[in-house]
Design a protein around this ligand. Structure first.
Ligand SMILES: *Cc1c(COP(=O)(O)O)cnc(C)c1O
Length: 422
């Protein structure tokens, strides 16, 4: 195999030659195209043109502060699910007034931190949480603005582990219960219940589940309006799917999605909120890794990469497909590989039976669709330091997270020299 002298087109991302970058930074690392993220944000913003709409990026999809800072500059707020994400969003320059707080397990400390920061809205998921927010807001002498997360009981027809809108899922409350919350709103004077929220799942590639969910939320809003309740925001969550497999996954056109909002909510006079995560960043990112070795097994050839399941969990967790590109001469013969990482788990497999140009140790490999739920889900399993993240923009790059050092990896650990009694 020979590597061509000219970088192949697939090795250029946002004007940056990833081969040159990989020669100066050690692999593996994540690279994100700022241009691609901007294009997604602005495409969605254009589709929403004329509506009173706000994008709140789901921070859990990619929580790097460099990425969040880019979002802030584009006028995008944040959908957070923890105090840690609140902290990150604020560090990155996202205004508290552009932050919504979702999640079934908000703790008292997290609610207090979000109230003190002055976030825009709490997306409440249980009666217990409503009571807790009332208590904490009362204690501070403030009134919190909150939306009820309703579970519209629709099947998003996505992977079971990322479906959230069925009656049996842990998220939100059913419309009957939500009705009761509004009827009894007077019992929680420190919570202004003025929003509806729904998020039915992730990586959704069909419009129908969104149409059903939006129609149910819209019908509930009309019912509340008739009953005299003022709703000033309807938040339809995230979930827009992306293309992980070229020629196979067909994402929803944002204009078609927004057309449903325009139709179902044509008479809604408040603000529409969307919480896209994956859609804004997944396809903008690649995991840049190298072949450590090619191992010939019985009837199988294994491509052993220097990236592993701790760096990108999606294949191990969801059996997710990611397109894989080998950066080299297009004339190399094709071969079938199981693409694996060095971690001591059979699940540490990025792909099985994948046909790729024949590889040798040292070849650069790009795992696509890695900008969402990649670095943000990574771990130190097998004591592998968290990897670097790099933002690329029109031929330039900036390291937005340095690779963790061994010392940083064990910084909070200590030998048991001082024993105490509880
Ligand atoms: C995860 C999540 C999102 C983002 O989902 P994507 O599929 O990445 O768009 C939005 N809202 C809530 C409440 C979430 O839990």
């Amino acid at each position: 195999m020979t590597m061509s002298d000219q970088p192949t087109p697939s090795a250029i991302l946002d004007g940056v030659d990833l081969r040159a970058l990989a020669a100066s930074l050690s692999t593996p690392f994540y690279a994100y195209s700022a241009g691609a993220i901007r294009a997604r944000v602005q495409g969605l913003q254009r589709a929403l043109d004329g509506l009173d709409a706000r994008l709140c990026f789901a921070v859990k999809a990619n929580s790097n502060i460099g990425v969040l800072h880019l979002m802030a500059g584009l006028g995008v707020g944040a959908d957070i699910v923890s105090a840690g994400e609140l902290w990150r969003a604020r560090q990155a320059g996202i205004a508290a007034s552009d932050i919504v707080f979702s999640g079934v397990g908000k703790s008292a400390d997290e609610i207090a931190a979000a109230l003190d920061a002055g976030i825009w809205k709490f997306n409440l998921e249980s009666a217990d949480e409503l009571a807790l927010l009332q208590d904490i807001a009362y204690g501070r002498g403030v009134v919190a603005s909150a939306a009820v997360r309703v579970n519209p009981d629709v099947d998003a027809r996505t992977h079971a582990k990322i479906s959230t809108g069925r009656a049996e899922n842990k998220f939100g409350v059913d419309i009957d219960e939500a009705r009761g919350w509004f009827a009894n709103a007077g019992r929680s004077p420190n919570v202004r219940l003025d929003g509806l929220h729904a998020h039915i799942g992730s990586q959704i590639l069909e419009l129908a589940p969104f149409e059903q969910a939006i129609a149910r939320v819209a019908a509930f809003w009309r019912e509340l309006r008739e009953a005299g309740h003022r709703i000033d925001s309807i938040d339809l969550g995230g979930g827009l799917g992306v293309c992980y497999r070229a020629g196979h996954d067909r994402p929803i056109d944002p204009d078609d999605y927004v057309a449903v909002l325009r139709r179902e909510l044509h008479d809604f006079d408040g603000r529409i909120v969307l919480e896209p995560g994956r859609y804004l960043v997944a396809e903008a990112g690649v995991l840049v890794t190298r072949v450590l070795r090619v191992k010939h097994g019985r009837g199988r050839d294994f491509l052993v990469l220097d990236a592993a399941m701790n760096d990108l969990q999606r294949p191990a967790l969801y059996d997710a497909w990611h397109d894989i590109h080998v950066v080299q001469d297009a004339s190399a013969p094709l071969q079938c590989y199981d693409v694996v990482g060095p971690v001591c788990e059979t699940g540490d497999t990025f792909a099985r039976d994948r046909v790729l140009p024949r590889c040798a140790a040292g070849d650069l490999v790009l795992i696509g669709g890695a900008g969402a739920y990649g670095a943000s889900m990574s771990s130190n399993y097998n004591s592998r330091p968290l990897l670097a993240e790099v933002l690329l923009d029109a031929g330039r790059y900036a390291v937005v997270r340095r690779r963790q050092s061994f010392a940083q990896m064990i910084a909070n650990e200590q030998l048991p020299t001082a024993w105490s009694e509880a």
